[in-house]
Design a protein around this ligand. Structure first.
Ligand code: NDP
Length: 469
């Protein structure tokens, strides 16, 4: 299944987080495999970059259709290796196709510029693909994040070497198989599986890779940027977030509570733009918190392949333990009140890395769950007296990925959308993002943008041509 590697190699095992069973194995690639993949994709760049955009679009549209037709199988594989409920996996696979179709529809649209000057003659600006690009993908939304990287790269005539996460690589491999079947030349995209230390760092270090898009943890992003710096490759970093949700006095408490629960517990809380801190106006806090508790309490937790399951396990045992430590520390230091959850399920009755949906109230601003990114199903709720206080507290984090404000008052919307320091500000919604708009953060949430035509621009370089007739 994996391309570019031989037999007799070290293997990486992929386990189902719901029951610990083996889902599959992939090869543990090496820096040598990266070299080979970069050479092949470099050769392929010569013809792919000269392929007419409509031809490229045809392949992307066809791949999107094939992936839709195979949605159930791909979604089942995604649930088995990642843990999320099947309905979320189905949406994520559909999202992959939607993103591919979006880029297929705008391939070739960024055409450059033209003008005439008496002094300089014809002035042209060509937009050219930049070469071999690399992508490093995490495990939380592997298919969607892969589409955000592969879509603009292929549509703009570049080629790509992609490293999936070691704990969820199988869906990425299956998706690229559909691209090949749709007619994508094999050497235009190469996947190299393997550890971050070996394969990831080899990609960051490689001289012949002209752009690298990384999604993952802040510390890894900084390491990748440091290693990549001497090669002067364009480096796009999509890192973590600690999104705030501000619920104002005039908000519909029921709608906001539903939004808080879906925005936090989707994907078992393991989404960079999940709601990670809620600030609710004191005047409606009782009502709001009561509803949040009801909705969170109704979530069915279990194996994502079982019918009716709303939330799967945390992706790995070690991640669940790290999450529980953050919660335990907050509770032990009496920095919050536990409204529900906060304990580990009985390990004798379940093998998976499950965690109860947890709601913390009266949370101290200095609590670990307020200051570090919490990547799991834990929702800390605080109250506020004034909008200024809510915005100040929402901004009091090193992250700046997303934020939302829940109100219908235009003056509040105008103030909050201006003052919240984030790459995305939602009003009366959170988390949802269509393919057309840019996605990315400020401060420690990253550098650069994915999604939309903005991503396409990042993979094109302007060439100025001056013709004196
Ligand atoms: P990691 O940073 O550990 O891993 C992400 C990817 O980087 C994986 O493919 C991993 O490989 C690879 N990697 C690990 N070490 C290195 C290295 N030294 N050099 C190069 N690559 C490396 O993050 P997680 O997988 O734990 O993902 C969760 C984090 O990602 C969270 O903090 C979350 O907020 C953030 N995230 C941000 C998003 C955004 O768009 N802003 C979206 C999704 C997640 P391997 O699996 O082999 O270790």
């Amino acid at each position: 299944m994996q391309n570019g590697q031989g037999n007799n190699r070290d293997m990486i095992s992929v386990y189902n987080p719901s029951d610990g069973s083996l889902v599959g194995t992939v090869q543990a690639g090496t820096a040598h495999d990266v070299d080979e993949a970069v050479r092949e994709t470099g050769d392929a760049f010569q013809s792919w970059s000269r392929t007419d955009p409509p031809e490229r679009s045809k392949i992307l549209f066809s791949a999107a259709g094939r992936i839709r037709a195979d949605q159930k199988n791909l979604a089942t594989l995604l649930t088995r290796e990642q843990g999320k409920p099947l309905k979320e996996s189905m949406n994520e696979i559909a999202g992959f196709s939607r993103v591919l179709e979006y880029y297929a529809s705008i391939s070739g649209m960024l055409r450059g510029d033209y003008g005439v000057s008496r002094q300089y003659g014809h002035m042209m600006v060509r937009r050219e693909p930049i070469g071999v690009c690399a992508a490093i993908i995490p495990w939380n939304l592997p298919a969607l994040i892969m589409s955000w990287k592969i879509g603009p790269v292929l549509a703009s005539g570049n080629t790509m070497v992609l490293k999936p996460s070691s704990t969820a690589p199988l869906t990425c491999l299956a998706l690229v198989g559909h691209l090949y079947e749709a007619g994508l030349p094999l050497s235009v995209v190469r996947i190299v599986t393997g550890s971050g230390d070996e394969v990831g760092e080899a990609l960051a270090r490689h001289q012949d890779i002209r752009a690298l898009s990384f999604t993952g943890a802040v510390r890894t992003g900084i390491r990748v940027a440091e290693i990549a710096a001497p090669t002067l490759k364009k480096t796009i970093l999509e890192l973590g977030g600690s999104d705030a949700m501000i619920v104002c006095q005039d908000a519909d408490p029921d709608l906001a509570a539903k939004g808080a629960v879906s925005g936090r517990f989707f994907n078992c809380g393991q989404t960079c733009t999940a709601i990670k801190r809620v600030f609710v106006d004191k005047k409606i806090s009782d009502q709001f918190i009561r509803r949040v508790r009801e909705y969170a309490g109704a979530l069915k937790v279990g194996n994502g392949l079982e019918k009716g399951v709303d939330m799967g396990p945390v992706h790995t045992m070690s991640q669940r333990d790290a999450l529980h430590s953050q919660v335990e520390e907050t509770i032990t230091r009496e920095m919050a009140t536990v409204l529900c959850g906060g304990t580990l399920p009985d390990s004798s009755s379940c093998m998976g890395s499950f965690y109860h949906p947890t709601i913390l109230t009266d949370v101290d601003p200095d609590a670990p769950v307020m200051n570090n990114e919490v990547f799991g199903p834990v929702l800390p709720i605080s109250t506020f007296d004034s909008l200024e206080e809510a915005i100040t507290r929402a901004n009091a984090t090193r992250f700046g990925l997303g934020a939302s404000i829940w109100t219908h008052d235009m003056r509040i919307i105008s103030k909050a959308t201006e003052e919240l320091k984030a790459g995305i500000v939602w009003v009366n919604q959170h988390l949802r993002i269509p393919p057309e708009v840019p996605f990315g953060g400020t401060k420690f949430s990253g550098i650069g943008r994915e999604n939309g035509r903005y991503a396409l621009e990042q993979y094109l370089e302007e060439k100025t041509i001056l013709i004196q007739p």
